[in-house]
Design a binder for this molecule. Structure first.
Ligand SMILES: C[S@@+](CC[C@H](N)C(=O)[O-])C[C@H]1O[C@@H](n2cnc3c(N)ncnc32)[C@H](O)[C@@H]1O
Length: 320
């Protein structure tokens, strides 16, 4: 079947679904009572996503969100509420009937949110050739759409194996791709269909220089590799680029790695519960950061005595 035929069939399918409001896809997990307070019922009725986009939980006021395959607009309207009047939301869909529904309801949602000017717009277009300028988007969401794209036609019914979907995200330049939610949906002909919510990051092209020069894998795995090609061995400081450091700084990585300007190795320290141990400032930096901090109480009295002994640790001394 040609790409054009697949695209046309998908579009016709969703055009019919606009009027039928039929049940499609998997349970999503929205709080419909909350959404009903500002989104019209006809939009909620054609909610055909497979989940609730995880990225929306992190979006900040003033940001610009792009929703690929926006359908009736449910996720755009939620994004519109979250980014506020100073933010912007662009929904893109290829099906006229879906666009008509979203556009018809946008003024109602804007009025319900009390916005004097609309912060949401819906554009006709294809996921493969988006009608948006480069570099202007802070967050991209897409709910149950990429799996419908024609170039995935070698898979059953246009669906994708999970590993291939992940590989596609990485090839598209997303880093730190990880699974947020996994819900089994149905087994058809022995094939397990699941609803999957993933998060990934794109770094800005120009990465600001930062003070991090080394990264140490804390565990629990003995080895890990990132999508920039770096491999980490537990407890071994690895020199990293500013770009890698920027990727590993925020959650969820910050729990797995120690970031430092020097190749910090503190494995020789043995900490006994309740017994103070003298350490130098480099080790202190490590223990006050990330996953270690909650396990230690730090007595930082510089030159004063600790546990009856004078503090004697000098840079390069035996305590470092
Ligand atoms: C399963 S529905 C999901 C709609 C919406 N995201 C939601 O959560 O309700 C898929 C939507 O994506 C649109 N779509 C599918 N393939 C597309 C493509 N290649 N480009 C643009 N839109 C597409 C369809 O028209 C339909 O509105």
């Amino acid at each position: 079947m040609s790409d054009e035929t697949i695209t046309q069939q998908v579009s016709e399918r969703y055009a019919r679904a606009v009027t039928s409001g039929e049940q499609m896809c998997c349970p999503t997990g929205y709080n419909f009572d909350d959404l009903r307070s500002f989104v019209p019922e006809e939009v909620l009725r054609v909610s055909y996503g497979c989940g609730t986009p995880a990225g929306l939980a992190t979006v900040r006021p003033g940001e610009t969100v792009l929703d690929i395959g926006s359908g009736g607009g449910i996720d755009c309207f939620e994004a519109s509420r979250r980014v506020g009047q100073t933010g912007r939301v662009i929904g893109v869909d290829m099906t006229d009937e879906m666009l008509a529904m979203a556009r018809r309801n946008a003024p109602i949602v804007m009025a319900n949110l009390g916005y004097p000017a609309p912060n949401v717009e819906f554009r006709k277009g294809h996921a493969e050739n988006l009608p948006v300028e480069d570099g202007g988007i802070d967050l991209i969401i897409s709910n149950c759409v990429i799996n419908l794209a024609p170039d995935k036609a070698n898979c059953l019914s246009g669906a994708l194996p999970v590993w291939e979907y992940l590989r596609g995200l990485v090839q598209a330049g997303f880093l730190g791709v990880h699974q947020m939610k996994y819900s089994p949906w149905s087994v058809i002909d022995g094939i397990h269909f699941v609803s999957l919510t993933l998060t990934g990051y794109k770094l800005p092209n120009a990465v600001e220089p930062n003070e991090v020069g080394y990264v140490t894998l804390v565990g629990p795995f003995s080895r890990a590799a990132d999508e920039l090609g770096q491999t980490y061995h537990r407890g071994k400081p690895e020199p990293v680029s500013a770009r890698t450091a920027q990727l590993l700084k925020p959650p969820p990585f910050e729990r797995l790695f120690l970031l430092s300007d020097q190749p910090v190795s503190h494995d020789h320290h043995v900490y006994r519960r309740g017994i103070p141990l003298e350490i130098c400032s480099k080790t202190l930096d490590v223990l006050e950061s990330g996953p270690y901090s909650r396990h230690f109480a730090v007595i930082n009295r510089a030159t004063e005595a600790v546990a009856g002994e004078a503090v004697s640790c000098e840079p390069g001394g035996s305590c470092c």
